[in-house]
Design a protein around this ligand. Structure first.
Ligand code: AMP
Length: 196
C-alpha cells in the first residue's frame, strides 16, 4: 500500500534497522540520508567532498545540500507511491522543504514514528557499532556531539509532528523483532496496514 512515513529518534535508536524491516513489509523504499551521504563519501563525489567534514565532526550537513539530495531521491519513480524516511528531516528548515516538496506533488505524510531511546543506551549501542562497522562518527566524543545536535536541532521536530496529529511514540529498546511489532501496531492503529 502507499504510505509516506518517517522514523525519527536519536542516533543509535535503531532507525536504520527498523526502516529496512518496515520498508520490506510495506513495499516502499527506505530512504536514509545518512546512507546516501556515506555512498557519496565512498565514491568521492563532489557532494561527498562537501559533506565529509560535517559528517566526521558529527554535525549536520547544511540544509541546502541535504534538501536538494532528498528532493532528487523522492522524485525517483519508486518513491511515487510512498517511502519511509530515516534520518530526514533533521531540522526545521528540512521540515519546511519536505512540506513544500509534498505540497507540490499533492501528497502529505501519513505518520511519523518516534523511536524512543535514552542517551546512555544509545551511547553503548554506538560504541558497539564502532567496533563492528568502524564508522568514524561512532567515536564516543563524536557520538556525544551527535546527541547534542539531535537534542538541539531535531528533537523539536517531534512537537511539530505531534501538533499535526501524526506522531506515534514507540519504545525503541528491546529485541529487533519486538520493536518492529510495536511500530507495526502503532501504524495499524493509524490505518496503515501491513500485508506481509
Ligand atoms: P545517520 O546515518 O542518520 O546517523 O547520519 C550520519 C551523518 O550524515 C550525520 O551525522 C550528518 O552528518 C549526515 N546527515 C544524515 N542525514 C542528515 C540530514 N537529514 N541533515 C543533515 N545531515 C545529515
Amino acid at each position: 500500500m502507499s504510505a509516506r512515513l518517517l522514523l525519527i529518534g536519536p542516533p543509535g535508536a535503531g532507525k536504520g534497522t527498523q526502516a529496512q524491516r518496515l520498508s520490506e513489509a510495506l513495499g516502499v523504499p527506505a530512504i536514509s540520508t545518512g546512507d546516501i551521504f556515506r555512498m557519496h563519501l565512498r565514491n568521492e563525489t563532489e557532494l561527498g567532498l562537501k559533506a565529509r567534514a560535517f559528517m566526521d565532526a558529527g554535525d549536520n550537513v547544511p540544509d541546502t545540500l541535504t534538501n536538494d539530495l532528498v528532493s532528487d531521491r523522492l522524485s525517483q519513480p519508486d518513491a511515487a507511491a510512498g517511502f519511509l524516511l530515516d534520518g530526514y528531516p533533521r531540522t526545521i528548515d528540512q521540515v519546511r522543504a519536505l512540506d513544500e516538496f509534498l505540497a507540490t506533488h499533492g501528497a502529505s505524510m501519513d505518520a511519523v514514528v518516534e523511536l524512543v531511546a535514552e542517551p546512555d543506551v544509545v551511547v553503548e549501542r554506538l560504541k558497539k557499532r564502532a567496533l563492528d562497522q568502524g564508522r568514524a562518527d561512532d567515536d564516543e566524543a563524536v557520538v556525544r556531539h551527535r546527541l547534542d545536535i539531535y537534542a538541539q536541532q531535531t528533537a523539536p521536530l517531534i512537537g511539530v509532528y505531534a501538533e499535526r496529529g501524526l506522531l506515534a511514540k514507540v519504545d525503541g529498546i528491546g529485541e529487533i523483532a519486538e520493536v518492529t511489532e510495536r511500530i507495526e501496531s502503532a501504524l495499524a492503529a493509524r490505518g496503515i496496514l501491513f500485508t506481509a
